[in-house]
Design a protein around this ligand. Structure first.
Ligand code: OXD
Ligand code: MN
Length: 615
């Protein structure tokens, strides 16, 4: 039998210290666990069953060893605070590798290293790395159990924090072993924190082996291998092979006052408000409308028998950004976080609650910052880390969709692409057909956030919000999107949105949050053919009377600015996207280049005849 994980017998030493308390019916899984144990030599092996009693045992242990700090039972029942190593607070894109057989398969947007060399190097680091530690075997399902979308992964980890987080974020335990049965088609995820040294930190993907080896970090996006590593980078490769899409998208259901629900999937880069959008509270003037959450971060999309695109959220919990979450920005999230939540790198109040910047409450005296130091308003550092997170089961969400566990998923009528853009991109822009929609996604740019290590606020091209998560050549990824048009007979409409446009004084033009419903409502009106639009060289925008602004005191100039499409700004945008596309050669699809050229030629100053801007 081929050794799929790349753990060869020669890489491993015999160990007699490991004891397993369970085995699965899958010989391939049992062999793989034995191999990992021989390499890493844990003191004990615990197969997680996913039961509530087991969770309580793990929590007790995590508290004993100081990994979790219990919060006040009266203020945050069932909730805990975790303080990470200060060198390990965000995704490490520079240490994230796609170890496909060739560099060309990984493409120019990924860091690449040869698979054999990488397996050998990591095997060296991992040899004996779990001595004195417990190895948790974490079986999990991505997607609703029994769904044709669902896939099994097994993560092996030396981190109790990872084990507990995976119990929230996935359908974890015996349910996954049952689904796997005696088969061998599971994702093999090997995670070890080693000594948390950034010099020995690497998150490596081997798509050809359906395997991930992640070492040296305990941070969510690096260490919860179900999430970015499997459900996006590896699943993207599987999706290309099998004819579906794995995307960095939230999914929401928008119910009209008449009770009709339309499902929308939206790609936004990390920390750009996907969770807030997916849980949106409609403004008072639009009561009667309701938003229901299917997912807040990842969508797996397949073509249904009806020719529509159907989506599931493969996850079972949310790993969201805490700072900025408040009763005003996301009241549903504040309710969701009232209990049974793990917080990471939030500040702690003297009475055992959590606090973060943007919570819209005064920081209490005696606040303890995310590193455990006493904090005061005069402190120059933030009390909570800007990428402080909550990990919470989706069942806590007061607006969870009743269809979240539907094995068929939900039918998607609109896809939205949104970045964090101070200029150029209007509040909402509609594409004219699928190719144009794919181009909108491919042209996405966004200002960087604290979700990844590095400078914040720098504009970078982030196609479909997948720059850090596309597990293969980005040009081939665009081609896969174009090809989907062949099977999606009833494709969703595609829109671009921007909640983050700023005026000359640096203030946000559009009020955002719940008011974003107005843009969603316009999309629905467009989809159902109820309303016209204004044509611009780069797509369709609302007529000034097209947006429902009931109850919103928005000046005419503000509305105009929100919807403005300026040729000079778009010339810069087109050039910047064009430069990015050139980097993807020779994999950049001709059809997309052609559409990019033809849109650019419509902009004034680019040689084309000036078009009428009104319809
Ligand atoms: C996330 C991210 O954690 O995108 O979802 O970084
Ligand atoms: Mn994300």
């Amino acid at each position: 039998m081929a050794i799929v994980s790349g753990l060869g017998a020669s890489d491993v030493a015999e160990t007699s210290t490991s004891t397993a308390n369970s085995v699965s019916k899958s010989p391939a899984l049992n062999d793989w666990i034995a191999q990992v144990a021989r390499l890493t030599q844990p003191d004990q092996i615990i197969w997680l069953d996913g039961s509530p009693a087991e969770r309580q045992r793990l929590i007790r242990r995590a508290v004993e060893v100081g990994v979790l700090i219990p919060l006040s039972e009266s203020k945050r029942p069932g909730s805990y605070l975790h303080r990470s190593n200060p060198n390990d607070v965000a995704r490490s894109e520079e240490f994230t590798l796609v170890c496909a057989p060739s560099k060309d398969e990984a493409g120019p947007t990924n860091n690449w290293a040869p698979p054999d060399e990488t397996y050998a190097k990591l095997s060296g680091w991992l040899a004996g790395s779990m001595r004195g530690r417990t190895m948790y075997v974490i079986p999990y399902i991505m997607g609703p159990a029994g769904s044709p979308f669902a896939k099994v992964g097994i993560e092996v980890s030396d981190s109790i924090y990872v084990a507990l987080s995976m119990g929230i974020m996935t359908r974890m335990g015996d349910v996954a072993l049952e689904m796997l049965g005696d088969r061998d088609d599971f994702n093999r995820g090997l995670h070890c924190t080693l000594d948390m040294n950034p010099d020995r930190r690497l998150i490596c993907h081997f798509p050809q082996d359906n395997a991930i080896w992640s070492v040296g970090s305990g941070y969510g996006g690096n260490a919860l291998l179900s999430k970015k590593c499997f459900a996006l980078r590896i699943a993207g490769v599987l999706g290309r092979k099998e004819g579906w899409l794995a995307e960095h998208m939230m999914i929401l259901g928008l119910q009209s006052p008449a009770g009709q629900t339309t499902y929308v999937a939206g790609a936004f880069p990390s920390a750009c408000g996907k969770t807030n959008l997916a849980m949106l509270t409609p403004p008072a003037a639009l009561n009667g409308w309701r938003v229901f959450t299917i997912g807040d971060d990842i969508a797996w999309l397949r073509v249904g028998a009806d020719g529509r695109l159907w989506a599931v959220n493969p996850e079972a919990g949310y790993f969201g950004v805490a700072p900025g979450t408040s009763a005003k920005s996301n009241a549903n999230a504040m309710r969701m976080l009232e209990r049974d939540t793990m917080f990471t790198n939030a500040a702690m109040t003297p009475d055992g609650d959590v606090w973060w910047e943007g919570m819209d409450t005064e920081p209490p005296p005696g606040l303890i910052d995310w590193q455990g130091r006493v904090w005061s308003k005069d402190s120059k550092d933030k009390a909570a880390h800007p990428n402080a997170r909550f990990t919470v089961p989706m069942r806590n969400n007061p607006v969870l969709s009743p269809h979240v566990n539907d094995p068929r998923g939900v039918p998607i009528d609109a896809i939205i692409f949104g970045g964090r853009r101070a200029a150029t991109v209007p509040l909402v822009l509609e594409s004219t057909d699928w190719t144009h929609g794919v181009l909108m996604g491919a042209m996405m740019g966004s200002e960087t956030t604290a979700a990844a290590v590095g400078k914040v606020g720098v504009l970078r091209r982030d196609p479909m919000a997948m720059l850090p998560f596309c597990g293969y050549n980005m040009g081939d990824y665009f081609a896969h999107w174009l090809k989907m048009r062949g099977t999606v007979r009833r494709p969703p409409r595609v829109f671009m949105v921007n909640w983050f446009r700023k005026d000359r004084d640096g203030r946000f033009v559009w009020p955002g949050y719940g008011e974003n419903l107005r843009a969603l409502k316009w999309m629905l009106d467009r989809i159902h053919g109820r309303i016209g639009a204004r044509e611009t060289p780069v797509g369709l925008v609302p007529n000034e009377e097209g947006l429902d602004l009931a109850g919103l005191a928005l000046g005419a100039d503000v509305l105009k600015e929100s919807l403005a499409v300026r040729d000079d700004e778009w010339r810069v945008e087109m050039n910047s996207a064009g430069e990015f596309f050139t980097k993807l050669e020779p994999h950049m699809p001709a059809e997309l280049k052609e559409r990019h050229r033809s849109l650019a030629s419509r902009l004034s100053g680019n040689g084309a005849s000036k078009r009428s801007a009104s319809h």
